[in-house]
Design a protein around this ligand. Structure first.
Ligand code: TXA
Ligand code: MG
Length: 343
């Protein structure tokens, strides 16, 4: 299929927004920017349109999609909301939070992988929000990458993965956050965290009575364990060379990396401050040591870049699990298949 690429730099470009919305309304696939990562959108109430998403991504059909709405209250049409949902909406929506709610019949089973719940998110990115508003219907959208590659954080990544597989790609610049949304499941006023993101546990705790972190956020699933979210059981992204996370003081990590550069063909994801302490060879700075937001924004493009280099192994710091760090930790241990080396 022919893929049209359009650049939208501002919501005032109404004609282009209408054009993208028309493709979606007619059952087509449109990739668009959000504040987290780029999404691969289709009309969430159109069973066939939603099925096209799975084909384009090569995604297993039991892995449900998030539906995106322009206003938190639009969730009413598709899900059974609650008082707690609206308190969360008031605090964090539009924004990088996805809430799993009981689903209504307006959403076909193909969107939710047969589950009786549906994940709802109201994106903050003005272009995403306007396209959805213009559609007048919820848009199902997973990350716009081929299943198994890192989520796309700029149009270049989407063009690489999705050209010829979707009708349209909207280029709206780089995603600000760079990691996918926080996902929670609600039980009354209590939340279970299924995927950490930019809305942190501390922030959620200000609204929810209790926030429990699913153990799968930081640990490997047991062999026969049924995950709370189908996505947890899929190996998300595996770099072509193995990723090893280094656990130790920064000084110890640097000494280890210096030795590693002398004895092996390694690729290194380092803090900006460390770049001059190492040899400039397959070296990818991912942000300042204390700037977790910058590291998060850079992670997926750094992993894509590492894949183009011919290192035998990729080394990176093991992130701390606090605040936004928990999201970074969660994505990195999955990419590393839980390989941690003490140094
Ligand atoms: O930031 C984001 O959330 C991005 C942007 C495009 O909005 N979307 C995204 O979608 O990351 P995706 O499909 O890559 O990840 C959605 C995750 C999957 O792991 C899926 O299993 C889980 O959400 N999920 C969706 N619906 C669910 C449900 N009803 N119950 C449990 N987990 C669900
Ligand atoms: Mg994804």
């Amino acid at each position: 299929m022919e893929t049209e690429i359009i650049v939208i730099s501002d919501v005032s470009e109404k004609e282009k927004i209408k054009k993208a919305a028309d493709v979606l309304r007619r059952g087509g696939l449109v990739a668009f920017p959000t504040e987290t990562v780029y999404g691969l959108g289709a009309n969430a109430t159109d069973e066939n349109a939603a099925k096209k998403i799975y084909a384009a991504k090569g995604r297993p059909s039991d892995n449900p999609l998030i539906i995106h709405v322009a206003d938190p209250a639009d969730a009413e049409k598709y899900a059974v909301t609650s008082e707690c949902y609206y308190r969360l909406a008031k605090a964090f929506m539009p924004g990088p939070l996805t809430v799993i709610l009981p689903k209504k019949e307006t959403i076909p089973a193909s969107v939710t992988g047969g589950l009786d719940s549906v994940a709802v998110r109201c994106p903050q990115h003005p272009i995403a929000n306007e396209i959805i508003r213009e559609c007048g219907v919820a848009i199902a959208a997973p990350s716009a990458n081929i299943s198994g590659s890192p989520s796309p954080t700029c149009a270049k990544h989407v063009i690489h993965d999705m050209t010829g597989r979707v009708d349209m790609i909207v280029d709206g610049g780089a995603s600000e956050i760079g990691l996918e949304s926080t996902i929670i499941k609600l039980d009354g006023n209590c939340a279970t965290l299924l995927r950490p993101g930019a809305i942190t546990c501390d922030a959620l705790s200000c609204v929810c009575e209790r926030v429990e972190i699913s153990h799968a956020v930081t640990e490997e699933l047991a062999a026969n364990e049924k995950p709370l979210s189908p996505g947890m059981k899929y190996r998300h992204y595996a770099p072509t060379s193995p990723l090893v996370l280094l656990d130790g003081d920064d000084d110890c990590v640097i000494s280890f990396l210096r030795r590693a550069q002398n004895r092996e063909h390694c690729t290194i994801l380092c803090y900006d401050e460390e770049a001059e302490l190492l040899r400039f060879e397959r070296l990818i700075p991912i942000g300042k040591r204390d700037d977790i937001a910058a590291q998060s924004a850079k992670l997926f493009s750094a992993l894509r870049e590492a894949d183009t280099l011919d290192g035998d192994v990729i080394y990176a710091h093991l992130p701390k699990k606090e605040g936004l760090g928990l999201a970074l930790y969660n994505r990195m241990i999955r990419a590393a298949a839980h390989t941690i080396k003490k140094v």
